[in-house]
Design a binder for this molecule. Structure first.
Ligand SMILES: *Cc1c(COP(=O)(O)O)cnc(C)c1O
Length: 359
């Protein structure tokens, strides 16, 4: 057995959901579980978090179907809405709450015969300029929606572009736009992702949508997960499969990418980009062995990579190397690669063995 594994911790997911619950006070909490619960596994994540949250958010209708198979009573919010008339009908059948974000979606929705009431959230572009209706179109769209009596508009929704950054002026502007629009049309609103849930208690609105904080990573650029009381929910690790001596002046790996400036020892570890570890991780990216930090050397290959253990003479073949988890945070690795923890979590392939750690 190769021994490469992704350990998932349901109790940590539950802990983080409880943290979101406490921060939200009386405001309903919808846990974002799109993309297989940020790579943690939908079934496991939903089961772990269900006691602490009011509902779940998914991006696609297929994800909503999978979720309802697991938890038929769950409240589900479809974040990107429906892509055609068939999807509106199916979403209605399933009892989903749906986001409406475009004139094309409005046209489809007005054309289908809904069999039962449908909760709708109107997505507004408050400044991220990705999806959503311009604020000035909202009153007219609300008027048109009145033609579809099965539709119950639950509120306005928007997404923040820069909430991870402390005091970014765009965040304040987006929140102000949302709050004044919501007041003008007398509807509740939802704008808070994980970062906003932690930073802006005055802007929680009628529903909060935490994602990354549930999955063990800090949503705030300036603070670590542990400082925020967020528990580690996954650990990616693999064993050392060889120890290789590298004389001073010799190189390691493809492209002769790393030069040993002194006589060195590298541990070859059974994890590569075929497992979802980023190939772009440069020499110097942190890893840990038995809680002691060291660094990648050379290029990440498909099935293996190399780690500097020159000053760790106690390391042996079979020792487990942590790539992110208790000692090295996914955020640190992401920063070394110029990405974010979200992408690392979503990129782990089917290859590492999933190990569920209870307790
Ligand atoms: C994914 C998502 C979130 C969660 O964002 P985090 O930064 O992971 O907390 C919230 N709202 C919407 C619309 C999303 O798509």
């Amino acid at each position: 057995m190769r021994g490469t594994q992704l350990e998932i911790r349901p109790q940590a997911l539950r802990h983080n959901a409880a943290l979101a619950r406490r921060l939200a006070g009386a405001v309903p909490v919808y846990a974002m579980v799109k993309a297989n619960a940020y790579g943690h596994g939908l079934a496991l994540a939903v089961q772990a978090m269900a006691p602490e949250v009011d509902g779940f958010g998914v991006a696609l209708l297929e994800e909503a179907e999978a979720l309802l198979t697991l938890q038929p009573q769950a409240k589900v919010l479809l974040l990107e809405g429906c892509f055609d008339q068939q999807e509106w009908l199916r979403a209605n059948e399933l009892g989903l709450a749906v986001v409406l974000r475009s004139p094309e979606q409005l046209e489809d929705l007005l054309a289908v015969p809904l069999a039962q009431p449908m909760e709708l959230w109107l997505k507004v572009d408050t400044g991220m300029h990705r999806l959503g209706l311009p604020p000035e179109q909202v009153p007219a769209v609300l008027k048109q929606l009145a033609q579809q009596p099965a539709v119950q508009v639950r509120g306005l929704m928007s997404h923040l572009a820069c909430a991870d950054e402390n005091n970014h002026p765009l965040t304040a502007a987006q929140i102000a736009t949302m709050q004044s629009l919501a007041q003008a049309v007398a509807l509740p609103y939802s704008i808070a992702n994980s970062a906003a849930l932690m930073r802006y208690p005055h802007a929680l609105g009628a529903l909060v949508r935490p994602g990354i904080m549930l999955y063990g990573a800090s949503p705030l650029a300036e603070q670590q997960a542990a400082e925020l009381g967020i528990a580690v929910t996954q650990q990616l690790s693999a064993p050392v499969i060889a120890l290789t001596k590298v004389p001073a002046g010799e190189t390691v790996g493809y492209g002769a990418g790393w030069l040993a400036e002194r006589d060195s020892v590298v541990a070859v570890v059974a994890l590569g980009y075929g497992d979802g570890y980023p190939r772009c991780a440069p020499a110097g990216t942190p890893v840990a062995i038995s809680g002691v930090r060291t660094q990648l050397v050379g290029r990440v290959s498909m099935d293996m990579l190399t780690v500097n253990v020159t000053d760790m003479p106690w390391v042996q073949v079979g020792h487990r190397v942590e790539f992110w988890g208790d000692t090295v945070s996914a955020t640190e690795v992401a920063e070394a690669c110029g990405t974010i923890s979200y992408e690392l979590f979503c990129q782990v392939t089917e290859r590492p063995k999933r190990v569920v750690k209870e307790g």
